[in-house]
Every structure is written in structure tokens, then in C-alpha cells.
Ligand binder design. Structure first.
Ligand code: HEM
Length: 120
């Protein structure tokens, strides 16, 4: 018998080769030594680009462990800038993003206090 590990996945499937990152992962790649950036639900290893960024490294480092899409788009980056992204792509983002505060529902005020009527 050939000692070759065969994947039970669909033949020719390559979807599993895409790496995924959560916000927790991004926190670990939030230093100058290793810096990942989240843009448009994709994760980029911009470590080497930090020094080359025409806008400076600081603005990029500020986007640590959060969605940098808005900051990136606000600047109105050129197509040239966008083309730089492809080679830095390392995977897709999954899970919760740190963004604006979510709206709290005001439905049904829970009467916690009132529950203990006639306590003492
Ligand atoms: C990997 C992500 C990024 C890439 C590849 C990138 C690339 C570039 C490039 C090529 C330019 C020159 C102008 C242009 O071609 O548009 C530029 C300028 C600039 N970028 Fe980025 N950028 C990135 C992320 C960011 C982020 C997150 C910010 C945050 C605010 C930012 C802020 C700026 C600013 C302020 C300039 C203007 C610099 C100037 O003209 O003095 N960039 N960027």
C-alpha cells in the first residue's frame, strides 16, 4: 500500500488553501516586526511595505488589529496603490471586526431590581 496521505476532500479542490485570520490573529501581527493589515475583508502582510509607504508607517501602524478599509479609502489611494496589495495578500478575514459601536436594542427593559421585592 502506498504510504501517501490522501485528502478526502473533493478532487482538485483548492479552497482549503486559503488561510483565514481573526481579530485575535491580527493582534499578534501588530508589530513592526510583523504587521498585518485588514482591508476589504482581506489580510495583507504589510511588514516590508511599512518603510516604503508614501504616507508613512505611523498611519498604517495605527490600524493595528482593526479594519483599515475606511482609513485606506478616505485617502483615495490610486490604482497603483491597490496593485501593491496583491503580492502582500496572506488570507481572508473571518469573524467579528472591531468597528463602530453596534446599536444596543432598547426593547424590553429588564426589571432586575424590581425582582427582589420585599427583600430586607
Ligand atoms: C497596504 C495598504 C496600503 C498601501 C499599499 C498604500 C499605498 C500608498 C501609496 C502607493 C501611496 C501614494 C499615493 C497613491 O498612489 O495613492 C499612499 C499614500 C498615502 N497613504 Fe497609503 N497605503 C496603504 C495604507 C494606508 C493606510 C491604512 C493609511 C491610513 C490613513 C494610508 C494613508 C496614506 C496617506 C495619508 C497617503 C498620502 C501621502 C502623501 O501624499 O503625502 N495608507 N499610500
Amino acid at each position: 500500500m502506498p504510504d501517501v496521505p490522501v485528502s478526502p476532500a473533493a478532487p482538485g479542490a483548492s479552497a482549503s488553501s486559503t488561510k483565514t485570520f481573526t481579530i485575535e490573529d491580527l493582534k499578534q501581527y501588530g508589530t513592526r516586526e510583523k504587521f498585518y493589515m485588514l482591508l476589504h475583508d482581506k489580510v495583507y502582510d504589510v511588514t516590508k511595505f511599512l518603510d516604503d509607504h508614501p504616507g508613512g508607517d505611523e498611519v498604517m501602524l495605527e490600524e493595528v488589529a482593526r479594519d483599515a478599509t475606511e482609513a485606506f479609502e478616505d485617502v483615495g489611494h490610486s490604482d497603483e496603490a491597490r496593485e501593491l496589495l496583491a503580492p502582500m495578500y496572506v488570507g481572508d478575514f473571518v469573524g467579528e471586526k472591531k468597528q463602530k459601536k453596534s446599536v444596543t436594542t432598547k426593547s424590553g427593559a429588564v426589571a432586575d431590581k424590581a425582582a427582589s421585592a420585599g427583600g430586607r
